[in-house]
Design a binder for this molecule. Structure first.
Ligand SMILES: [Zn+2]
Length: 215
């Protein structure tokens, strides 16, 4: 995958595997592609957020990267193949370039501006979305955390029967009473954990069920 100037007239010959005219930005990961685009001078990136699941009530880690596209670009996909002759050269010499290739796709131009790239995962990251944003990324983190549920830093627990409420913070599973005179408790000590309804037996009244919500 190559980055080219928007509206550039590209020809098959521009993508000779031994001497491509354009920077190859292909990589297995999103961050790898962004790194290649940055090295080619198309974008500048900045980590906005990097969290692993242990710091919050997230099921997996997440990252948000601010990407400033300083020069618009388009991506061109090229498919390389080896002829039988090239294959036997590869066997004989251990390495050879593909001798057949074709342009398989050309993506729309990515205009200059600011973008947010969101990924989730623990070891390998999956792209969840790209959003164009207006202006600088300075206030970005604040506005992200204004989205309901984005923080995932507080876990509220409440019983539907006795009305007791608890809260836990920053990924901890120790629940302290929230403005009521119930005792604190730990999730590990909870009884009758029901995965389907995501409730546990109420440690205060024992008959009710405690449900959770994360903010
Ligand atoms: Zn209760």
């Amino acid at each position: 995958m190559y980055a080219v100037e928007p509206y550039a007239r590209v020809e098959v010959a521009d993508f000779r595997p031994d001497a491509p005219k354009y920077p190859d930005v292909a990589d297995r990961s999103v961050s790898g592609v962004l790194g290649e685009l940055q090295a080619a001078g198309y974008v500048e990136t900045r980590d906005v957020l990097q969290e692993d699941a242990g710091q919050t009530y997230l099921s997996e880690g997440r990252t948000v990267t601010a990407v400033h596209v300083v020069r618009p670009f388009a991506l061109v996909g090229v498919d390389y193949r080896f002829s039988r002759e090239a294959n036997s050269r590869a066997i004989r010499y251990g390495h050879t370039y593909a001798d057949r290739w074709e342009i398989t796709e050309r993506a729309y131009t990515v205009p200059a501006g600011w973008y947010l790239v969101g990924e989730t995962g623990d070891f390998t990251m999956d792209l969840v979305g790209v959003a164009g944003i207006s202006g600088d990324s300075d206030d970005l983190l604040c506005s992200l955390f204004e989205i309901e549920g984005f923080g995932a830093s507080t876990c509220l627990a409440g019983c539907g029967s006795c009305g007791m409420r608890w809260s836990a913070e920053s990924g901890s599973w120790h629940f302290r009473p929230d403005d009521c005179d119930a005792d604190a408790w730990d999730f590990d000590d909870a009884a009758e954990i029901d995965d389907e309804s995501r409730t546990v037996a109420c440690p205060a009244c024992a008959t009710g069920r405690v449900g959770f919500s994360i903010f």
